[in-house]
Design a protein around this ligand. Structure first.
Ligand SMILES: Cc1cc2nc3c(=O)[nH]c(=O)nc-3n(C[C@H](O)[C@H](O)[C@H](O)COP(=O)(O)OP(=O)(O)OC[C@H]3O[C@@H](n4cnc5c(N)ncnc54)[C@H](O)[C@@H]3O)c2cc1C
Ligand code: SF4
Length: 575
């Protein structure tokens, strides 16, 4: 096979254009480095009217926007979901890990929920509290300056609340709670659960001339054509490509391996061009991996050489290990007091919740039967009805003794009376990183490009199961306190109290974790491989532990910190 080699030597080759890769592209190119950005998916710009789904009516889609080609509905802006054609992954034993991949410029940030939470001081040192997992080799104080810069650079709304482990930041004004959220607040307060304004990376106020301000269409998952929400494509990559002249963008290009020399240092990457299916090589002084936690592990494990026979960065068998996702469970409630709502007033909002509940308890003091915590996300309201709103709206009659079924006037009456009367809650919690939860290379399966695929091995423990039980118990208390009737069956012990599959919350982290000791970690505290000092990881692979927070704000803060370190080390000619 002939491999086409480029003669350019880049200062940095960045793999993946999502949250981490996008940040590295911005910081490194703005510092004057010559950068190659390699992305497995096609070019994508949220502003492009050809691909845009924002502001489309339900009836413009063949099935009213329901899922035909995309798992979260055909208007959801993700190319790829749990399955990507021609790119399988496999499971060991009875594992059922779900792996979401978005193959496009900007990766998953084109449709993510924009919940942008800092980790707190305890989150970086949780082993000190309960003896479980490991502490990070860095503390909140190391990351704080980067969170501060990130808030100002990208924009996030919220409120300063002086909560120790949910640190304050530089917030834009938060939108007001809507009626269903006022009901949630009432219910939560009655049972002693805190509620504060959400923290979402959506511009409620002008930040700069390149981006517009949110006009409350509630459709952030479709990606914003005004660039008012954060997507790595619109906020980092496209401005860096157009503005710095320092970025060569390679799309539809699937990295197979990091190439190395006789000293074991990286020399660049080898990738398949998906259009002509040929293999190419690029040369770089540094390689920055931001392909997402599991894809980065896959690239490293596939990068075997004489110097790295077990895969790059894997001399101590840690790549792929300590994989962990957030826990998740949810419940919905029918609230009769929210029936027959007036529909002649504007209840538009951002594409996400306006309030949420950060973790409000203390596992030790409150004598809980699980460690760590979770936050509660709330949904409901009068969004644009799309496919089968309420999933058979007429069935809600069972809660008020009405007749189920019917067409014409009966259906119209049901839609009007039940519109906006359902409120849901979802818990997102911290699991403990375990060495035995991992992804590895499946020796028998390759993808359509001939690249060996990942095989997952993952089990929840009672820590996570007990946490899920606490979630649904709490939701039921809040639901009752706001006058709601629980919908659907409550999951019992046999169904792990409704605990969702690992991977399903799409916060997978830990596969190339950072640490001071190379024996039990893959990178040092600057996300630099212990085994090859010119290779860096800027995705969630480096997380030593999750928190009861969503992970992306921390991915970006750490990617910024690592990018600064790369600039410094190149200047000093240390790498
Ligand atoms: C529906 C949904 C809602 C979410 N909501 C939130 C939220 O509210 N808050 C939050 O914090 N997080 C949320 N997340 C998670 C968040 O999207 C991810 O944590 C974040 O995008 C991860 O960033 P990343 O850069 O590591 O990976 P990604 O964003 O996945 O980007 C990785 C990129 O690398 C490319 N790539 C992969 N392999 C290769 C290869 N071999 N060669 C070249 N390119 C490659 C991919 O195509 C992709 O573009 C959500 C995710 C989903 C799907
Ligand atoms: S809700 Fe606001 S930020 Fe989100 S897509 Fe609509 S206008 Fe853009």
């Amino acid at each position: 096979m002939q491999i086409k080699k480029s003669s350019t030597v880049y200062d940095a080759i960045i793999v993946g254009s999502g949250a981490g890769g996008g940040m590295a592209t911005k910081i490194l190119s703005e510092a004057g480095l010559k950068v190659a950005l390699i992305e497995a998916g096609p070019f994508f710009d949220p502003k492009d009217p050809v691909t845009q789904t924002q502001m489309k009516w339900p009836w413009e889609s063949p099935r009213r926007g329901a899922s035909v080609t995309r798992a979260f509905g055909d208007y959801d802006m993700s190319y790829g979901d749990w399955k990507v054609d021609g790119e399988p992954y496999t499971q060991k034993g009875d594992t059922n890990f779900l792996w979401w991949r978005s193959r496009m410029l900007g990766g998953r940030t084109n449709h993510w929920g924009r919940i942008s939470l800092r980790f707190g001081p305890t989150d970086f040192k949780h082993k000190d509290v309960d003896g479980l997992g490991d502490n990070w080799p860095i503390s909140y104080e190391d990351v704080k300056p980067y969170y501060d810069r990130l808030d100002k650079m990208v924009g996030v709304f919220g409120s300063n609340e002086k909560r120790y482990n949910d640190p304050d930041g530089f917030f834009l004004p938060a939108p007001k709670p809507r009626l269903h959220e006022l009901y949630y607040i009432k219910g939560a307060k009655k049972v002693g659960v805190d509620v504060i304004p959400s923290r979402l990376s959506i511009l409620t106020k002008k930040l700069n001339n390149e981006r517009g301000v949110c006009f409350y269409c509630s459709q952030c998952n479709r990606s914003c054509n005004a660039y008012a929400d954060f997507s790595s494509s619109s906020v980092f990559v496209i401005p860096a490509v157009n503005g710095t002249g320092q970025v060569d963008l390679y799309v539809d290009s699937m990295v197979r391996t990091v190439t190395t020399n006789d000293e074991g240092k990286a020399t660049g990457v080898s990738y398949i061009n998906k259009k002509d299916r040929k293999e190419y090589q690029l040369k770089g002084k540094t390689v920055v991996l931001g392909a997402s936690a599991c894809s980065t592990a896959r690239i490293l494990l596939n990068s075997k050489s004489k110097q790295h026979p077990n895969g790059l960065g894997n001399s101590t068998d840690n790549v792929g290990r300590y994989l962990h996702d957030s826990t998740g469970a949810g419940r919905a409630y029918f609230v009769p007091a929210l029936m027959n709502r007036k529909t002649d007033y504007n209840e538009d909002g951002v594409g996400g919740m306006h309030v949420y509940s950060p973790w409000w308890l203390d596992a030790k003091k409150d004598k809980l039967d699980f460690p760590r915590g979770y936050h509660i996300e709330v949904w409901g309201g009068m969004g644009m009805p799309s496919y089968g709103f309420g999933f058979d709206v007429s069935s809600l009659n069972k809660y008020i003794g009405g007749a189920i079924g019917g067409y014409g006037d009966k259906l119209r009456k049901d839609v009007k009376q039940f519109f906006g009367a359902v409120v849901g809650m979802a818990g997102r919690g911290e699991s403990i990183a375990l060495r035995d939860n991992y992804c590895e290379i499946d020796p028998d399966v390759v993808d359509q490009f001939g690249i060996p695929v990942l095989r997952f091995n993952y089990k929840w423990s009672d820590n996570e199961r007990n946490q899920a039980k606490h979630m649904i118990d709490t939701f039921d208390e809040i639901g009752q306190a706001m006058g709601g009737i629980p919908m659907g069956e409550r999951a019992g012990k046999d169904k792990d109290w409704g605990l969702l599959n690992p991977g399903q919350i799409i916060h997978e982290v830990g596969t190339t974790r950072m640490g001071n000791d190379p024996k039990n970690s893959v990178t040092n505290k600057y996300s630099q491989l212990h085994d090859a000092d010119n290779v860096f990881v800027v995705d969630a692979g480096v997380f030593t532990s999750q928190a009861d927070k969503n992970c992306t704000w921390t991915i970006m803060a750490l990617a910024m910190r690592t990018s600064d370190y790369i600039i410094d080390q190149l200047k000093k000619q240390n790498i």
